[in-house]
Ligand binder design. Structure first.
Ligand code: GDP
Ligand code: MN
Length: 398
């Protein structure tokens, strides 16, 4: 789960992290309150969307102006103008894709006088199974590009969970960023605070780009991007409360209500499968025969008719889906339950694209009979290979 920059900063502030003061607003009429409260003399108006690259982004609407999604100004009336331009407009950045994202929230922040911009992120390193830091003097720019062109400018290290964050980690960061004296001390403190926040809140990633040194000699977090480990959300109701569903894929939200493991992909074959391994294999074989899956969907072992119906509805509602492949191995899950769910869903929402169903395992005959008796326009698949070929052929032929 992702949160907005202003939420991430508020959360980091709870751990003592030095972040600029700011006020989040949802409507243009609140801009004056925010500028008054912050007092100036410099304000930054920042688009709040779950995507990076806002500064260099472009709004689709000409009326929003061409100054990007992050704007610095010394005039409170210009703050007002920017707020009116940006709220409701659609921002396109390197990370949003061409469709862009509508800006529904703005963060107005006190401006910082930047001397240097650095990069710092914390993530879970799957190779070492440890929390790792990635640090670079090359902040404010695309870190992927730095990693590609000048990898020597990136310093990484992991933290042993048994000992936790220690003084030498802070010194490593200070050295990597060329900081000494009081700034090195600030770096040590910041590293400990960020690590503590990361672990306490079960974050998956915490990216600060840029981390800046101000002209007054302060180390400050100017941008913050945080994502959380979904599997740990149950123990963080305060984090769940920060969820902004307008930023998430509507189909994935619907699927999560039914506890379905569903991810939207960019192909054309909708897939309904039980078991993550079988779902992956099904996606692979669709690719092998020349098309691509529109989604990953594991309905799980204990799915009931309701769950199957919900899953089928989510798939059919996707306009990218040109054909559906249902591939079920009935172990704990029974084939007749799947069949009932499919029939109920088709009766409710109709079937406008080809559907291939492959059932195998527990109660397979009963399942096949339910589908046959329903008189639906369904193609029966004999095995995984045959089914994949059939759905690809049906879609390509259509
Ligand atoms: P991103 O483009 O989505 O990563 O958004 P950022 O929050 O990183 O802002 C983009 C850029 O705007 C930063 O890299 C800074 O160069 C600039 N910026 C952000 N806040 C301030 C500020 O307070 N003062 C100044 N001078 N520049 C800022
Ligand atoms: Mn940034």
């Amino acid at each position: 789960m992702n949160i907005h920059e202003y939420q991430a900063k508020a959360l980091l502030r709870e751990f003592g992290v030095a972040v600029p003061r700011g006020v989040a607003i949802l409507k243009a009429s609140d801009a004056d309150l925010a500028t008054d409260e912050l007092g100036g003399p410099v304000w930054v108006v920042k688009s709040q969307i779950h995507a990076g690259g806002r500064g260099k982004g472009k709004f689709k609407e000409a009326s929003a102006g061409d100054k990007g999604g992050v704007r610095v100004t010394k005039s409170s009336s210009e703050v007002n103008q920017f707020v009116k331009q940006m709220l409701g407009a659609t921002l396109v950045t390197e990370q949003t894709g061409p469709a862009g994202k509508q800006v529904n929230r703005l963060y107005i922040e006190e401006g910082s006088e930047i001397d240097k911009e650095f990069y710092l992120s914390i993530l879970v390193d799957r190779e070492t199974s440890e929390v790792s830091f990635v640090v670079s003097t090359e902040g404010g720019v695309n870190i992927e590009e730095v990693a590609h062109k000048t990898p020597e400018k990136i310093v990484t290290f992991s933290v042993d969970p048994a000992t936790g964050i220690m003084g030498h980690h802070g010194r490593t960061v200070a050295k990597a960023l060329g900081l000494s004296g009081d700034l090195a001390k600030q770096a040590g403190k910041l590293v400990a605070q960020l690590y503590t926040a990361f672990v306490a809140k079960d974050m998956a990633m915490l990216e600060i780009n840029p981390l800046v040194v101000t002209k007054h000699g302060d180390l400050r977090v100017l941008d913050a991007k945080v994502s959380f480990d979904d599997n740990a959300l149950y123990r963080h109701p305060d984090v769940v409360a920060l969820r902004d569903e307008t930023e998430e894929d509507a189909k994935e939200i619907e699927a999560s209500k039914y506890d379905l493991n569903y991810i939207t992909l960019d192909g054309t074959i909708g897939c309904m499968v039980n078991g993550a391994g079988l779902a992956m294999a099904t996606m692979d074989i669709i690719k092998l025969y020349g098309l691509a899956p529109a989604n990953f969907l594991d309905v799980g072992g204990g799915a009931d008719k309701n769950k199957v119906t919900a899953a089928f509805k989510i798939i059919t509602a996707d306009p990218n889906v040109k054909g559906i492949l249902i591939n079920i191995f009935g172990g704990i899950m029974k084939c007749d339950i799947i069949a009932e769910g499919v029939v109920a869903a088709v009766k409710e929402v109709g079937l406008k694209v080809p559907l291939v169903v492959r059932l195998e395992g527990t109660n397979v005959e009963a399942g096949k009979k339910i589908i046959a008796d329903a008189g639906l326009n369904v193609v029966a698949g004999d095995n995984l290979d045959d089914s994949a070929q059939k759905i690809v052929k049906a879609v390509k032929g259509a």
